[in-house]
Ligand binder design. Structure first.
Ligand SMILES: Cc1cc2nc3c(=O)[nH]c(=O)nc-3n(C[C@H](O)[C@H](O)[C@H](O)COP(=O)(O)O)c2cc1C
Length: 181
């Protein structure tokens, strides 16, 4: 059995909705068990027992949410000391208000998270541009969801981004399964 952990932080629910879509996608692959954990509750054991970990964050001030960074610093860094996450599959997803219409820092946030995954020795799964829905929420680093309208007001979740997140979850699970197998 291949195990995928989906970790997220949220204030208003958008990133959790995307985490649930990633989880659904991962769990749709036969032989995969997927576990959802908030960044505040995730444990070292959750990570050690997983073959793949997907990190999700809202964009906060152009970078990752402090709770995601805290999980990386407080939980992952102890595992880094003993190379416990080396060779596990890793991936990211992000939501952002997108104020200004230019992405609002989603790409920087993904890169900041991916840099941490690389530091941990994880094998990064990106998002291929032929993924369904890529035009409306795809970056080669992973899926993102824009949650604000043009005036910067919350616009809710976007079904196309959730579909892309499902695809990402399934893709990560397949890669982890092949790698573990
Ligand atoms: C403290 C704070 C800072 C934010 N900074 C940004 C930002 O730099 N760029 C952006 O696009 N959105 C920014 N946002 C908007 C959130 O990224 C966006 O609303 C996100 O989808 C919220 O996710 P959630 O519903 O999971 O909490 C910020 C929100 C908060 C609360």
């Amino acid at each position: 059995m291949t195990r995928i952990l989906v970790l997220y932080a949220t204030d208003y629910g958008a990133t959790r909705a995307m985490a649930e879509a990633v989880l659904e996608g991962a769990a749709s692959v036969e032989g995969v068990v997927a576990l959802l954990r908030s960044a505040e509750e995730v444990t070292a054991e959750d990570m050690i027992s997983s073959d793949g970990i997907v990190f999700g964050s809202p964009v906060h001030m152009g970078s990752m949410d402090w709770r995601v960074k805290k999980a990386i610093d407080a939980v992952c860094s102890g595992l880094w000391m003993r190379d416990a996450l080396v060779g596990k599959v890793g991936a990211v997803f992000v939501t952002g208000g997108g104020f200004g219409g230019a992405g609002g820092g989603v790409e920087l946030t993904m890169l900041a998270m991916l840099a941490n995954l690389a530091e941990l020795g994880m094998l990064i799964v990106t998002l291929p541009k032929n993924a369904p829905g890529y035009q409306n929420g795809g970056l080669h680093w992973g899926p993102y969801m824009r949650t604000g309208d043009e005036a910067g007001n919350p616009a809710g979740v976007n079904p196309e981004s959730l579909e892309l997140a499902r695809h990402h979850g399934a893709n990560v699970a397949r890669v982890a399964q092949r790698h573990a197998g």
